[in-house]
Design a protein around this ligand. Sequence first.
Ligand SMILES: [Fe+2]
Length: 323
Amino acid sequence: MQAATIRGRGKIIVLILFTGLITLFHFLIPTDQHSFHVLHIALRKLYFLPPVMAAAWYGIRGAVYVTLLTSFLFTLHAILDWPGNYMEQANQGGELVSFWVVGLVAGWLFSREQCHLRDLVQANEETLLGLVSALDMKEHNTNLHSQRVRQYTLLLADRFHLDEAEKKAIGFGALLHDVGKIAVPDHILLKSTPFTGEERRIMNEHPAVGYNIVNRIKFLRGAAEIVYAHHERFDGSGYPRGLKGKDIPFGARLFAVVDVYDALTSIRPYRTPVSHEEALAEIGKGSGGHFDPQVVEVFLTLPRQEFDAINAAVAADSMLSTL
Ligand SMILES: [Fe+2]
């Protein structure tokens, strides 16, 4: 079960247990002795907490549901413990209104905060997309490569039942993998003939340069590891650190397969693209050498239609953004 689901269920259990305990003690503690009555009233005030907790975790909708629940329990108490005492029931009715005021205001505030956070996340993502699109456009004459490999990598990651935080890091790692090429001079980056030794050395620095750029951004630390390791090979023959096997971050092992698939099936100035089937055959040959065999095994089972759907969606997105 994914960590986010477990956390979500944990919060619901905490809310139910907490509300249940308040209700239990509120019902059990007698009101006829003055010392106990103080405790009884203090417990009544704790009913404010579940609506606020629900507002913080689930926004306005959660606040409304939990306030409904606490209202029902509290009303039950007012009717059963104070039968015929209309003055006290009116007093408790006023308290009930306070629960709703607190629950609705907290729900509205937390929902607004969540909305602002989503806007912020989207703005961050759009900024990153703009950056990688500009880099892609310069190197590949299209702005689609990084977005496509991100989606392909996420498609593959989905088969490994990773949690949301891992998937997010893998997605950003794939998107930003070549950001370090910003430091590679154009006469090397765009060269169509083989590199000299010095040019190769400069080019091969791009994973480390990319790591240093991405690692400075707190929410991209996980992605930075993938950027650093995206040219490592399973057999240890990659660069920049020559990592081997499981020492290579898992996201980078996923990405390595996807990057080659995209390179083989995309139009590049120096060669014509190969078919999906030919690309899969080529990837199969790299199993255990360039690629993690476990990743290749899963990659080869991905339906072609899912690749086509991603390809079409990324192209459509790009068309929309240029309108
Ligand atoms: Fe690269």
